[in-house]
Design a protein around this ligand. Structure first.
Ligand SMILES: Cc1ncc(COP(=O)(O)O)c(C=O)c1O
Length: 408
């Protein structure tokens, strides 16, 4: 029995009752998820009733500011941190770019950082640019067969010169869930900060950041049932030390220092709907799913649902010895972001799957370095099939039948 009843979950996404999307099974969630109804409701309300300058002196303005503040509070609660951790930016790529610039002014020539070749370019390119400021860049490399990051590889790179480790919670290609708490512990032991890209993990349940111990955790709201925003949680003591990236006269305002693009008021307010949605998921999961609060229960339920949905797909892949799966074949170890390296370019196969009502994509998904490392030409690309807890067993069966027909 699935822990989440698909019909009740799907009822919370208008996309599933949208006539133009009927008969289409969505397997490109790692690119961007459908948007949950509470998010759309909050966005709609903001544009209708609160679309004035927030944080002012008149009633509508104050209500707009309160709607935005609520989002900081609610996202922080979902991540088990305080609201002063939370910063919104236009995207995770923009957020890492700003952080990279901030760290360029914080690190000293001769300091070292560790980056991976498993990351999406957003959480590696921005850090590698620091080489231009005299920072030594060390690369934690994946196993070329499996795409796996082994902690022994990290250990070999650590010494007291290392000030920062940037790594993914989960790759958008290999899918394996990396041991973030262990990475953060190792970083702490040498006096380094940890920057974790959670973009490919967060849609499968927002993590408890106190438990993970990372100093910076990034994810994209628009892949996590929300609006097109990047969210970064930054340990407040660290954020205060980083040089101000905003206007000089806002230096004393923590929320303004790492967000030079300026806030998208309506989308920030709408992000509170992500927390509303996760609470609804916890309610649907019921008490048999463990967790200290609704957000932890939603996380546990989403993971359990996805593991159950993923197994038949991985079984089918294992049964085909002509397919190369990047990352582990064990559903417990990975997110349901499944990349296949095929004889044909991934995008060509995706186009054929579209004829079966399967919405998927092929390419390198900006994980250029990872594809190179595992011996796949990034211009040839992989076929990526990514889903979340709202996917149904019937859709998985349809996907497998379409793959059977289209991959020779
Ligand atoms: C793992 C990962 N990190 C970062 C990003 C960049 O996110 P954004 O589109 O918000 O810039 C992506 C986008 O695909 C991603 O998959």
């Amino acid at each position: 029995m699935l822990p989440l009843e698909p019909a009740r979950i799907r009822d919370l996404f208008p996309a599933f009752s949208e006539p133009s999307l009927q008969g289409q099974a969505f397997f490109e969630n790692a690119g961007g998820s459908y948007t949950a109804r509470p998010v759309l409701d909050r966005l709609d309300h903001y544009y209708r009733a609160l679309k004035v300058q927030p944080y002012g002196v008149y009633r509508a303005s104050q209500a707009a500011g309160e709607a935005m503040n609520l989002a900081y509070d609610r996202i922080a609660a979902a991540l088990n941190v305080t609201a002063d951790w939370i910063h919104f930016g236009p995207s995770t790529s923009a957020n890492t770019y700003v952080l990279g610039n901030a760290f360029a002014g914080w690190l000293k020539p001769g300091d070292a950082i560790v980056v991976t070749n498993q990351d999406h370019e957003a959480n590696t390119g921005a850090w590698r640019k620091l080489a231009g400021s005299g920072i030594e860049v060390r690369e934690w490399q994946v196993d070329p067969q499996t795409g796996r990051l082994d902690l022994s590889g990290l250990d070999a790179l650590l010494d007291d010169k290392v000030r920062l480790i940037a790594a993914p919670h989960c790759s958008n290609i290999a899918g394996e869930i990396n041991p973030v708490a262990e990475i953060a512990q190792r970083a702490k032991a040498v006096g380094a900060v940890t920057v974790i890209d959670g973009v490919s993990y967060a849609p499968h349940g927002l993590p408890d950041l106190q438990g993970l111990g990372a100093d910076i955790y990034l994810f994209s709201a628009y892949r996590t049932y929300g609006p097109h925003q990047g969210i970064m949680a930054v340990r407040p003591g660290l954020a205060a030390q980083l040089p101000n990236q905003g206007h000089f006269f806002n230096d004393a305002k923590p929320r303004y220092r790492l967000t030079p693009a300026g806030p998208d008021h309506a989308q920030i307010a709408a992000s509170a709907g992500i927390a509303d949605y996760l609470e609804a998921v916890a309610g649907i999961a019921g008490q048999h799913i463990d967790g200290a609060d609704p957000f932890r229960r939603a996380h546990a339920a989403m993971r359990a649902q996805e593991v159950a949905l993923l197994r038949p797909l991985l079984d089918w892949i294992r049964g085909r010895n002509d397919l190369r799966l990047i990352g582990p074949a064990d559903a417990e170890l990975r997110a349901p972001t499944v990349a296949l390296a095929l004889r044909e370019p991934g995008a060509v196969v995706a186009a054929r799957l579209a004829r079966h009502g399967i919405m998927a994509a092929g390419g390198n998904f900006y994980a250029w370095r990872l594809l190179n490392a595992v011996g796949v030409d990034p211009t040839h690309g992989v076929l990526r099939l990514s889903f979340v807890h709202y996917t149904t067993p019937e859709e998985i069966a349809r996907l497998i039948a379409a793959l059977e027909a289209e991959i020779s």
